[in-house]
Design a binder for this molecule. Structure first.
Ligand SMILES: Nc1ncnc2c1ncn2[C@@H]1O[C@H](COP(=O)(O)OP(=O)(O)O)[C@@H](O)[C@H]1O
Ligand SMILES: Cc1cn([C@H]2C[C@H](O)[C@@H](COP(=O)(O)OP(=O)(O)O)O2)c(=O)[nH]c1=O
Length: 210
């Protein structure tokens, strides 16, 4: 069995930056790494970007955005494909899988959108838990500063109040799921990388669960 590591956090927390650096770190040590993300780049991920993230109105019954239930189901469908076709085969082949977001995102975001947490946990019950979840935590104000420079950001990402709730939700989830470790994401990129690799060495190499 390989190692399954997930990066989580609000938009602009530094997940994709740190995921790439962590993937390089493993590769330099001779591991085969699969760097991946959710929403995926498959047809399911594209559907999510079209129907959920851009606030697009196509195919929507009453002209309003799609229901939060349908949203959660789309993210779960995308994830089911991701798990069955990519994550599980890679882990079975002994690879290191690093995912930029996973079901913990659904718990934090769809819970913030008003869905019941236990309903979301059950919906995502098919998805194996990660060996380690690195939660990049920082104040919403800082994350907004970081992503303001981005050209295409969806309406969905911009709602400050939602992001605040999502941050709180992640911190609550860290108490519920013992694979979640909180990292202060306010530090410079290199410092965060060093914190993450120290955590990986401690959690997965020195004290492995299996
Ligand atoms: N530790 C950091 N300090 C300052 N800026 C950062 C840091 N980490 C990432 N950034 C910048 O912030 C923006 C968002 O980072 P990114 O890795 O894309 O976040 P996410 O994947 O969580 O949305 C990018 O422009 C990135 O270069
Ligand atoms: C995976 C996932 C993401 N999201 C949200 C978090 C982000 O605001 C948004 C898109 O994720 P993001 O990481 O920004 O992807 P990209 O930049 O490739 O579009 O989707 C959920 O609400 N639920 C989920 O299950």
């Amino acid at each position: 069995m390989g190692m399954f590591i997930v990066l989580e956090g609000i938009d602009g927390a530094g997940k994709s930056t740190q995921a790439k650096m962590l993937a390089n770190w493993f590769e330099e040590r001779g591991y085969e790494v699969v760097l991946t993300k959710e929403p995926t780049d498959t047809a399911f991920g594209k559907l999510i970007r079209r129907l959920v993230l851009t606030g697009g109105k196509e195919g929507i019954i009453d002209g309003a955005r799609i229901s939060k239930e349908a949203e959660a189901l789309l993210f779960a469908a995308d994830r089911a494909e991701h798990v069955k076709k990519l994550i599980e085969p890679a882990l079975n082949a002994g690879k290191v899988v690093i995912s930029d977001r996973y079901f913990y995102s659904s718990l934090a975001y769809q819970w913030a959108r008003g869905l019941d947490l236990n309903w979301l946990i059950n919906l995502n019950g098919f998805a194996p838990r990660a060996d380690l979840v690195i939660l990049l935590d920082l104040p919403v104000k800082e994350s907004i500063k970081r992503i303001n420079g981005r050209s295409i950001r969806s309406e969905f990402d911009k709602i400050v109040e939602l992001q605040k709730k999502v941050r709180e939700n992640y911190l609550k989830l860290a108490e519920k799921f013992n694979e979640i470790r909180i990292i202060n994401a306010l530090a410079p990129v290199e410092d965060i990388h060093n914190d993450i690799t120290a955590l990986v060495e401690h959690e997965l190499f020195e004290n492995p669960k299996k």
